[in-house]
Ligand binder design. Structure first.
Ligand code: BES
Ligand code: MN
Ligand code: ZN
Length: 513
């Protein structure tokens, strides 16, 4: 779908989208349209339940006095409530209404009402972003699209009209690069596990070299040499070879100069680092999961999907930052060579782990990936993302991710950035009480808690043993990675929760201006 920007104006054909504030206050464009149609717009509004609330919309088909397919009036809500997040939602709503409506083209008139914190151009950009994000579609395996209820969208071109169109067009370029990262994440998470497994997922990472990323893929022999006994233990029941992928984006201006001069990297150039759980399918291993719902475990590589999409976003918009993305890729299968409950593995950090449940595998993969990240890159911070525990869904549901951290500043930054773009996180505690529950009689640490509750907290506490003093945060995204219903800026399925949040956090706090 083509998205373009143009100066204030209207459209003669296709669909025309105008805003109406709460209490049915028409924007100037809506007013003009009401006039052209001989008052039909206002009559339609009055004859229905539309009141201009954000999330509401009203379609007026083939309006007389025009050659338009339809008019779509969208509720802007209260002017002082219209922020970036609300504008994303508006854009998403417009796509939901028009994507399959029959209209091929749409023109959106972006007019910020008085008292709105966004200018016309910022409103236009955020609406376009929401629209783009909602337009995602994964249909590569549907060979008979027309014959089922998943018909192809009709809308192919959208023009957003606003004051400051040139500025908006420019700002949207970067937003659209981030959307490309989001779409990559959704693609990867949606792929079936017979197609997407460690080797093929690593190949998808390698394709990012086109964008200027440095990508290294380590195979089992190299991981063995590094001593990654925990990660390898998870993958040993699978016929697919385990992999660890390291992606580097060196976009900070200073790092380039230092490189040319051959100078050692200074502390200021230290990268930010993202680590992702990439279990391409989690059967549970010998601690086998029940069959009902096991198909969901194709998205157990969701954390790695976010890291890969984020690296694509940062490189795509040429972020002025040094960033490292590391993903641990394994398939957790039962089999003759699978690890057993009570096995003891030695991690790269030297700590030994008693594996009491082979279904608590994500933390084993991350233990080695986190240690490697710390050891090799000495990053400013590490943020890991993982579909780590079912318990986080019990605690926070499907819309909010769990946050765990050893650092208040980092936690606040993540929380703030999430609020701005509409991906909410909630922090849960880490402390000695939980840490003690991980002590093992046989090894240094056990992979499941000896206690009953607090499953997400003890899982995070396990990760913390492999972090040391580096500022670190862990996002448990088990509940938010896949949605069974349409969301404002994401159709049902893979959400890519985390890509926009972390892209925004990098932009707001870590990019050299
Ligand atoms: N991948 C699962 C967690 C999960 C559950 C992700 C539901 C997405 C949706 C993880 O590897 C797992 O199996 N965790 C266990 C831990 C338990 C064995 C301590 C769980 O949550 O039951
Ligand atoms: Mn598991
Ligand atoms: Zn898992």
């Amino acid at each position: 779908m083509k998205i373009a920007f143009s100066g204030p104006g209207s459209a003669a054909t296709g669909a025309l989208v105008v805003g109406v504030s709460e209490g049915n206050k028409l924007t100037p464009a809506a007013k003009a349209l009401d006039k052209t149609t001989g008052g039909a717009l206002m009559r339609a509004i009055k004859g229905g339940t539309f009141t201009g609330k954000n999330g509401q919309s009203l379609s007026l088909l083939a309006p007389t006095g025009t050659r338009l397919d339809r008019i779509l009036a969208v509720g802007l809500g209260k002017p002082d409530d219209i922020d970036e997040k609300a504008a994303h939602k508006l854009g998403g709503q417009i796509y939901a209404d028009l994507g399959k409506s029959g209209s091929k083209s749409a023109t959106i008139v972006a007019e910020a009402p008085e008292k709105c914190e966004l200018g016309d151009d910022a409103l236009a950009v955020a609406m376009a972003e929401g629209l783009r994000l909602r337009s995602y579609r994964f249909d590569k395996y549907q060979t008979k699209t027309k014959s089922n209820n998943n018909a192809k969208p009709t809308l192919t071109s959208v023009t957003v009209c606003c004051k400051g169109a040139a500025k908006a067009k420019d700002a949207f370029k970067a937003r659209d690069k981030v959307a490309e990262g989001v779409f990559l994440t959704r693609d990867l998470v949606t792929e079936p596990p017979n197609v997407l497994y460690p080797e093929t997922l690593a190949k998808r990472c390698q394709e990012l070299t086109k964008l200027g990323l440095k990508v290294q893929v380590l195979g089992e022999s190299q991981l063995k040499r590094l001593g990654m006994g925990a990660l390898l233990g998870v993958g040993q029941g699978s016929v697919r070879e385990s992999k660890l992928v390291v992606m580097q984006w060196n976009g900070a201006p200073k790092a380039k100069a230092a490189k040319k001069g051959g100078k050692a990297r200074t502390k200021a150039d230290a990268p930010v680092c993202f680590v992702g759980k990439g279990v391409t399918f989690d059967t549970g291993g010998i601690s086998l999961k029940p069959s009902a719902g096991m198909e969901d475990m194709k998205y157990d590589m969701g954390g790695s999907g976010v890291v890969i999409g984020l690296m694509k976003a940062l490189a795509g918009r040429k972020a002025r930052v040094n960033a490292v993305g590391i993903v641990g890729l394994v398939e957790n299968m039962p089999g003759a060579n699978a690890q057993r409950p009570s096995d003891v593995v030695t991690t790269m950090s030297g700590q030994t782990v008693e594996v009491l449940n082979t279904d608590a595998e994500g933390r084993l993969v991350l233990a080695d990936a986190l240690h490697y990240a710390n050891d090799r890159f000495k990053p400013k911070f590490i943020i890991d993302l993982a579909t780590l525990t079912g318990a986080i869904i019990v605690a926070l549901g499907d819309d909010i991710a769990g946050l765990f951290s050893n650092n208040d500043t980092l936690s606040e930054r993540i929380t703030e950035s999430g609020k701005k773009i509409g991906e909410e996180v909630w922090r849960l505690p880490q402390n000695d009480i939980f840490d003690k529950m991980l002590n093992s009689d046989i090894a240094d640490i056990r992979n499941i808690s000896s206690g009953r509750g607090a499953g997400s907290i003890t899982a995070a506490q396990f990760l913390g043993r492999f972090i040391g003093k580096t500022p670190w945060a862990h996002l448990d995204i088990a509940g938010v990675t896949w949605s069974k219903k349409d969301l404002p800026v994401s159709p049902k399925g893979a959400t890519a929760f985390g890509v926009r949040l972390l892209d925004r956090m990098v932009a707001d706090y870590y990019e050299k201006k």
